[in-house]
Design a protein around this ligand. Structure first.
Ligand SMILES: NC(=O)C1=CN([C@@H]2O[C@H](COP(=O)(O)OP(=O)(O)OC[C@H]3O[C@@H](n4cnc5c(N)ncnc54)[C@H](O)[C@@H]3O)[C@@H](O)[C@H]2O)[C@@H](O)CC1
Ligand SMILES: Nc1ncnc2c1ncn2[C@@H]1O[C@H](COP(=O)(O)OP(=O)(O)OP(=O)(O)O)[C@@H](O)[C@H]1O
Length: 480
């Protein structure tokens, strides 16, 4: 009956031309019974038309027309949203042009000793199309244009296999003599990025996160990532997975929005439709290594880059990066989260030599530089976070338990922290690279969840137990 009430309302309010007046409203009790004025001459005719129909037939006909009306309503709504997206994109394109002009002015006043020979292009902006918005459309008043420093990368990314420029080598020596940043100073910066909970916001403003992954073999990983994003504070969490993985993932939770498109013939177009609505993307949990899925993931990464969406690449997404580093190389809003195995694969693909496993920090920094100063989170006993210029180390106490899926908790929550950090004004994070702040937030949280879950479940701790701890771990770290 609710559907009937709603569709009757839609008939009368949205689509008066669909002739609610032609229904025998006395027989079917509806909340809105007044026929539209334009059909005032028709009731008698309609009585005749419906006089000989059985109630079932009438109901059938009514439902048919209600569905049609509902379709119309959604079509109109979609058009309205598309127009709104377009307007926002145009607005941000204008903002981008202004920022680019400022960037050029900024480059112009750099001293000759530090200025590169050629005018540096921001590595995340395709040089052929300056009109492409770097930032995604923003919502509400917490979103801010990216820091200018993002537009002026210190050096162009080294190509695959190239190690680093001389200045980078010198930089590594210098940074090692300085040691890693004092981590006590980073948690307050993470706190500054967390949006306050107020009654003024509408659904979606605190984060709409997309997870690309989920195939026949792996349904747990995308679920863990997506539900973690939601529990950390995203408003909406989407999973783009294969057709056969979708019902399974849906059945784990009604809270996730699941799109069974990753293996469809027009997968990229299907996913791209959603990009204007997403604040960040996590590519890889449970993606699998099938050629076609990797190809679709690659294409969606390319399209997300054009929109300036923060992209976290994990698990099988890193398999793709090891094969084709250029897919993310130099993109300043890209974050890689390898475990040691994935890190080794990536390092060897980039450097064409075996990894020297005696010095993880140095290797992580070398890999980040080779990837064009991408932020790298090397997970392990201590999580090493570096963008090649700065280094953080997170050794928040965890536990000895290493169950499958905790990396998914990390990448899903990082999707949210990245959105928050990139939407924060530069002074909130004291000019630090937003990716580093976000990564520190996510690794601290994951380890704290691990610790709390282990305290309760010891050797039986599983990722689901860790997810249960997100709420209290988050409060303890960031809200107390
Ligand atoms: N419940 C789920 O659905 C889960 C799915 N997962 C997904 O599983 C997929 C594969 O990820 P994995 O991390 O398992 O990847 P791998 O299959 O590369 O590694 C699995 C484990 O095998 C061992 N290993 C791999 N290569 C080795 C080698 N050459 N020598 C010795 N040991 C080696 C390592 O311990 C490694 O952690 C990803 O899509 C990932 O997201 C994981 O996230 C775990 C949970
Ligand atoms: N030895 C360790 N001690 C403490 N914490 C660790 C240790 N190794 C990993 N972690 C923590 O566990 C989290 C996930 O790392 P892990 O190495 O399990 O990822 P992964 O293998 O990619 O996970 P997944 O099973 O989801 O693919 C990291 O955030 C890290 O902080």
């Amino acid at each position: 009956m609710n559907l009937l009430k709603r569709t009757a309302f839609i008939f009368s309010e949205q689509t008066p031309s669909l002739a609610l007046g032609s229904f025998p409203t006395k027989q079917i009790s509806l909340t809105k019974t007044n026929p539209p004025a334009s059909s005032s001459s028709r009731p008698r005719r309609s009585k005749k038309r419906f006089a000989n129909m059985s109630l079932e037939k009438l109901m059938e006909k009514f439902l048919e027309q209600s569905m049609e009306a509902e379709d119309n309503f959604y079509r109109l709504e979609q058009q309205r949203l598309q127009a709104e997206d377009k307007r926002r994109e145009e607005e941000h394109s204008r903002e981008l042009q202004m920022l680019q002009m400022l960037g050029q002015i900024f480059n112009g006043i750099r001293t000759p000793s530090t200025a590169p020979q050629a005018t540096p292009q921001p590595s995340c902006i395709p040089q052929t199309n300056p009109a492409v918005p770097l930032t995604r459309p923003t919502f509400g008043n917490r979103n801010h244009p990216p820091a200018l420093t993002e537009f002026v990368s210190r050096s162009q990314p080294a190509g695959p296999g190239l190690l680093m420029e001389e200045s980078d080598a010198q930089f590594i020596e210098r940074s090692f003599s300085l040691g890693t940043a004092a981590v006590d100073n980073v948690i307050p910066l993470v706190r500054n990025t967390i949006p306050p909970l107020t009654s003024k916001k509408h659904k979606g403003q605190d984060g709409r996160i997309g997870i690309i992954g989920g195939c026949q073999e792996y349904t747990g990983a995308p679920f863990f990532a997506a539900i973690s994003a939601l529990k950390v504070g995203a408003d909406l969490s989407h999973v783009f997975c294969t057709k056969d993985a979708a019902p399974v993932i849906k059945s784990y939770s009604p809270e996730l929005i699941v799109h069974p498109v990753l293996d469809s013939p027009n997968a990229v177009e299907e996913m791209e439709k959603w990009l204007p609505r997403l604040h960040s993307l996590v590519v890889g949990p449970g993606l699998g290594r099938e050629e076609m899925l990797l190809k679709n993931a690659k294409e969606i990464i390319e399209r997300s880059k054009l929109r300036g969406i923060p992209i976290i690449i994990d698990a099988d997404g890193l398999w793709l990066v090891a094969k084709e580093p250029s897919v993310i190389q130099g993109y300043q809003r890209g974050i890689l989260t390898p475990n040691f195995m994935e890190f080794t694969r990536l390092y060897e693909a980039m450097h064409h030599e075996p990894l020297d496993s005696t010095d993880h920090k140095r290797s992580a920094q070398q890999l980040s530089i080779a990837m064009g100063h991408l932020t790298l989170v090397l997970k392990g006993e201590e999580d090493i976070i570096t963008d090649g210029k700065n280094m953080l180390s997170c050794s928040q106490e965890g536990s000895g338990r290493r169950c499958g899926g905790q990396g998914d908790l990390l990448s899903g929550s990082l999707g949210v922290f990245a959105h928050w950090a990139f939407s924060s004004p530069p002074d909130a994070i004291k000019g630090m690279n937003p990716s580093l702040v976000a990564a520190f937030g996510a690794t601290s949280l994951t380890r704290q969840c691990n610790r709390q879950a282990f305290h309760k479940h010891s050797r039986s701790t599983s990722t689901s137990d860790m997810i249960q701890e997100i709420s209290s771990a988050f409060k303890k770290l960031f809200e107390s």
